[in-house]
Design a protein around this ligand. Sequence first.
Ligand SMILES: Nc1nc2c(ncn2[C@@H]2O[C@H](COP(=O)(O)OP(=O)(O)OP(=O)(O)O)[C@@H](O)[C@H]2O)c(=O)[nH]1
Length: 440
Amino acid sequence: MRQTFIKIIRSPWALLLPLPFWAVVVGLLYWHNQQILDEAGYEMARQRGEVAFTLIQTMRHWNTEHGGVYAPLTEDTPENPYLDVPEKTITSPSGIQLTSLNPAYMTRQLSELMQGSELEINLTSRRLMNPNNQPDVWEAKVLNYLEETGASEYVETQGEQLRYMAPLYMEPGCLACHAHMGYEVGDLRGGLSVSFPKTYIQRMTHELHRESRSTHLLAFLLLSATGSLAIYGLRRLLTSLNLERSQREAIIHERTASLHEEILRSRESQQKLNYLAHHDELTGAKNRRWILRQLDNLLEAGDLEPLNLAVIMLDIDHFKKINDTYGHDAGDQVLKNFVRTLQQELRETDQLGRYGGEEFLVLLPHTSQEAAWKVAERLRLAVEASLTSYQTHQLKITTSLGISLQPQQPVDSEQLINRADEALYQAKKSGRNRTVIWGT
Ligand SMILES: Nc1nc2c(ncn2[C@@H]2O[C@H](COP(=O)(O)OP(=O)(O)OP(=O)(O)O)[C@@H](O)[C@H]2O)c(=O)[nH]1
């Protein structure tokens, strides 16, 4: 989900994303606003119709309350043929003929006067006295509606006209003229319709519509631009975060690698230290400390029968000569080859260690004097037969060996070594390249 979001934001089309989004949102708001404006237009039309109706109705009340009013009898105001009241037409003391105008007659005259103007009114009747009050099709339909629902008004657009109609109910004052038609107080007698061109409302709402359009367009542009800017900012933030992350990853990678190297180095040096703790660096044989401890351990373990542990001390004959003749490096090579030769001849349980310089110790546990002699001789002969290649030279050496055996009366390691050393000394003294057992 998070990855998909990041993928969308980073796509080249992401900056255009706010456009359809805000087009839909602002479009809906605009549509809603249009609905409100249309409703406001309808309300304006209704109020205009209501005002006109109230004015006419107030005049009709006024007329009714006076039991009709007199106006001079003229060609435009003839006697009302549908009015059946006493003194319908009278003559004033000055000889002017005055005829009685009831509310219906007066309304009709007003309606005729208003004809052709922007606002027209029309009086309609349910039970006709005056055929001029015949409702048109729309009015007849609305009268039925008003009678059925008891609604106080009705507004509708008809073609290019907005039409408003409100009911007229029979009032006590009206009965004087209309009782003979069978009306009772409260009966729907007819209605007064008001009509005016739709353009009247359109004129008033046009400006509002225009303003609404430009406001919504502006809002759409601003919101889309802000959205695109926000996405642009987000993309930059993502890029910089990404960069920072890769830099951090590179640093971590680098540090991990160097840490790894460091660990390897320290492991290697630890291994070397461990090795050097037990071995002689030049020859690879066990070192002096180790071989002496090993001897102590063998003696302390106490599982050795007397005369069953042999210690051989051996020394290269005239080794100094090799150093002096061929150099120290040649001497080193001879020492290494010497150890290799000895190791090849020894069992796994036998221990070889460098005692010092060109002197070595071999520990032979569970070995009798006879067996130790054989081993020593085998070693001596192997060394004698070996050759060390150094540059163009093939160097030959011999070795002298002294053997000491653990006696009946136990002795310590130092005594055993001293005895082996003494035997070695004897071997050297008696001509070298030989084996001597201590005490024989
Ligand atoms: N190249 C080399 N020489 C060593 C090493 N350790 C000791 N030596 C040399 O070994 C020689 C031992 O000489 P000596 O003690 O006189 O004994 P040698 O010459 O073998 O004579 P003998 O033992 O009497 O036969 C000395 O010259 C030491 O410097 C080493 O690790 N490498």
